[in-house]
Design a binder for this molecule. Sequence first.
Ligand code: MTE
Ligand code: LUZ
Ligand code: MOS
Length: 750
Amino acid sequence: MKNKDSYHHLRGESLFVDDVNVQQGTLHALVFDSSKAHGTIKHIDYSAALAVPGVIRILTAENIPGKNQIGGIIPDEPLFATNQVHFMGQPIALIVATSERIAKKARACIKITIDELPVVTGAKEAFDKNLFVAAPRAFTLGDTSKAFDACDMVIEDSVFSNGQEHLYLETQGAYAVPQEQGNIKIYSSTQGPTAVQKMTAQVLGIPMHKIEVDVNRLGGGFGGKEDQATPWAVMASLAAFVLKKPVKLILNRHDDMRMTGKRHPYESTFKIGLDKDYKIKAFEVYFYQNSGAAADLSPAIAERTLFHATNSYFIPNVSTTVYNCKTNLPPNTAFRGFGGPQGMFVIESAIQKAAEQLQVPAYKIQEQNLIQENDSFSYGQIAKQALATKSWKTSFDSFAIPSKIAAINTFNKANKTIKKGYALMPICFGISFTNTPMNHARALVHIYQDGSVGVSTGAVEMGQSVNTKMLKVTALELGITIDKVKIETTNTTRVANTSPTAASATADLNGKAVQIATKALLNRLKTVAASLLNTSEENIFIEGNCIYQNNVKTAITWEQLVAEAMLRRVALTENGHYATPEIHFDKRKEKGHPFAYHVYGTAFTTVTVDCIRGTYDIDDVSLVHDFGKSMTLGIDTGQVEGALVQGIGWMTMEEIGFDKNGRLQSNALSTYKVPDIFAAPKTIHVQPLETTGHELAIMKSKAVGEPPLMYGIGTYFAIQNAIKAFNPNYKKVFHAPYTPEKVLVDLYDK
Ligand code: MTE
Ligand code: LUZ
Ligand code: MOS
């Protein structure tokens, strides 16, 4: 089953926010933002801008009827800066004009004087100055200090991983349309319709029920629209509210790249201790997360870093600490993996460093430490249905890894200036929002009297194909064909109080809610059918729009059954509510059972490095992935491939640069490179691990959105091992992304 939108996407028929038919009188808005990364606003002169013909209003914090506050977890982020600015690109005012072009002209006429304050761009630098957006967190297991003393080998080093631009094809944007009696309807490109609704209500000082948020689909989100779609929707709504006109605000690519946060850069220091059998006995790490100028989702992201700090390994003594360091960069935010990748990169770096010291291939250490059934994660959850070893072994067998390694070694002996490298990358990713109260969803299912079905859920379609999955669940549960089912837009008046589409858990949460609703409807219809056929409900089942009695097809069709139910005044609408069972977490003890289940897998990556130029090709990534029992294998394989390449981009070529004044230098596609087809691996093999799946996964089909991104981490180490083959003096350094420039320097490092 392929994504039901793919045909329409290809023909350019799918609608995004900028494609919504605008009403007559629609105005266009543009954000005026800070040109300094830190400072005190002394004076702003809007007069020349206001004089530009076609400019309607310039709105600032003074025009906000409610609270000038949009912080989701911590209320530390104004919608518009007032006295102080904290990052370049921070919104100060909203220019509303008859066209975007006029608004742009006006923006250039605004004069602002800012008294500059010291700018901090690095996480460690912020830590040294005691600048934080939230309190630190720490997880511990066992006793590291005692354990290090007993180790045969202890190694310390530091690791850096850079940020990552989301580069969704559809930039941030919203269209706000005033309704009667001061109500507002917002079309938003958001992963979190409820967050948009809640923050708009707060800023306008009106109840949430006056705001309707509608999301058709996103041209990609990747976490960048979990929290950071909100300000633009709130601004458009503020303008619509004040001016009583429809207002559209779509960021152009430059504004989007400059004003929005990215994946968090992390600076980290680790200490790892092993015994002579390569068993990791102790691991200690300090993560310095570059949170940016406000909290946004940083505390939750920091938490997930701790959850994944030991990746797929069991380590008996662990001590992990994370600091949310406040810098003068745009607030960093969710990005596929949500802090998990940054955590995993550190433990994998530690293993590589230990392997270098021991002069053994890193995989020998990895293999010795894979988490086993009933081992404890550092946060107290016990590994159940642990598939680390199974996926590892399957990859060795299926891909003939030992003979591939031997071939690489032979190649490297025979070639002087071209070297190959390989790495294994196991993954283990926990599924559920780490904040337990967020793990719930609802579905509203209508069966119309002609037998067609409309389904609304809290799930937002952003290319991951969640709508196609909802379609399949509905059709299978009701026993009807998929052409009978329509997935409606995600709308806060139909499904309220939603968690964002995030954490890879959307299909699980919303799919289970659909199942609850459709089961109730099905039971009612079976009662009608049983009465028509003079039998009991257990003897009825429905498949392919036909009603069966005792496995024999009857003359009654789905349409007839629904029509009969209407005559009998049976309720053909149902609301399903699902909340993940079993999960809990105690933040005071930092222990619990936060995840419904884990997703496992193992990737084997091979690369070729041109040791004259520092350039490299990724030859192949072969991976064994735990899909559970995939309900849509084509779609899920697409998610694995997309996530893998996105992870490779983060590790190799996507280099974000801020100068010391806090100005984004990689602010366009000419200076920020994401993988294209040439940078992607020449071949990718995705092999599903044979498993039974998990009860808490939708139809036993495990969450797939984020986990495979972390296979991309293997590329970093494969390149590193090729460098080592060329230059034995090279001492492994961990400073992702490994751009060709850095590779070249390291190839000739003395
Ligand atoms: N796939 C596409 N095509 N576009 C996206 O924006 N976002 C990813 C992943 N896959 C994304 C995607 C992220 S960050 C998450 S959390 C999941 O999809 C969210 O959807 P799910 O919960 O339905 O997997
Ligand atoms: N968002 C969130 C997430 O709010 N909590 C999470 O645990 C999470 N995990 C992954 C991605 N987004
Ligand atoms: Mo994904 S980072 O949970 O939006």
